[in-house]
Design a protein around this ligand. Sequence first.
Ligand SMILES: [Zn+2]
Length: 457
Amino acid sequence: MKHLVPRGQLREETREEVTTLLGDLIRIDTTNPPGNEAKAAEYLAQSLEKEGFNCELLESEPRRGNVITRLKGGGEKPSLLLLSHLDVVAANPTEWSVDPFGGVVKDGFVWGRGTFDMKSLTALEVMVMKLLKRHHARLKGDVILAATADEEKGGGKGVGWLTRNYPEKIRADYVINEGGGLAIPVNGKNMYTIQTAEKGMLWFKVKATGTPGHGSIPGAADNAIVRMNRVISKLGSYHAKITLIPAIREYVTQIVSEDKTAGPVLKAILQNSDCADAVLDELAKRDKFFAEELRVKVKMTLTPTMIKGGVKENIIPSECEAVFDCRVLPGQTSSEAMDTIQNLLREVDLRKLEFQIIESGEPSESPLRTALYEQITEVLKDFDPTCSVAPDMLTGGTDSRFLRKMGAVCYGFHPMRADMPYGEMKKGVHGIDERISIDNLVFGTSVLYEVVERFMT
Ligand SMILES: [Zn+2]
């Protein structure tokens, strides 16, 4: 196969095409709920079919479209799925400086809801498929593209539905999806992340009960709000055990070796993880966001998020409810977390507490240092010779968890250089004025194409 562009050089020829593709996707409003991803799925199918692809449109419900296509390989190499979701979260146009669904291109950026999370990766992955076909790449394994519905509401009508109903259509040995790839600037160099793990979540409700009475004689009643106060202070002040999962140990190791300011402070965590809180308190004085983000990557968290109790000024309430958002590390399960929580509350009197799980999702993790991980690292070094690469864990979840359950090695890898301040880039995700630079679209297409082509041929 002919390399039209030398290794490590940008595919400038895709600049206009990938920008148009993303702008078009942004103009198809797929705010979830209700989603309406079918229009975006049909648009992609048409665009791919023009170049000879056979696409399948699969609807989990009317208008909840998923599109899948496949380039057949020889079967000598593992298969690779390029995954993305088509839905976006809501955007309030009055808060934005441009129309969030206008696909506006200005100042070298494409603006709009989904430009970062994650229609840009969809556009990159579609471009990669097209380039593989145009260049007649001799694939040794299947490369599959799936752009799906409903990720922002848990994936039940997208990847979750596909894995239940059409597992053979999206089964792959390796998966590239969202959740990593953005370079963190460290001492003037880029540290790219590959997301290899995700925390699990457990949303639960606690109901404290008591005996009602007159507000003027508290001793004669049993106040559920007072009981709930003890529950919240117990759970809210819980100090979870510090655990460095392999991905985070490696992530911290990279920062220690690359970052001249944070590195020396963080070093202590690698030697003795018990001191993590003290070290991160120290780091937070300089970089609060970075320190707090890292703090939740080394432990389970337990956060009260809602509370409801009482009906009248002079009635002592017999019921009070609170909701908690608990996030667990890979290696922990939500049922173990529930046991820990109930143990913590033993002294509050469990007989007067009721527990209800609202929603739960288990954590997921893929191995580090696989052939694909090494391939991504090699390609990044070709494009950005002074860069470093580190695995990372997301504190939220993506559709990768469904595929990891099916045995696939999943990496979050959406290659992007930091061409805006790091915090500024992340703020657009589910926030206002979400945007991505056209340079980053070209960079992302080039890196991703090179990864897939080298890995699969
Ligand atoms: Zn997303």
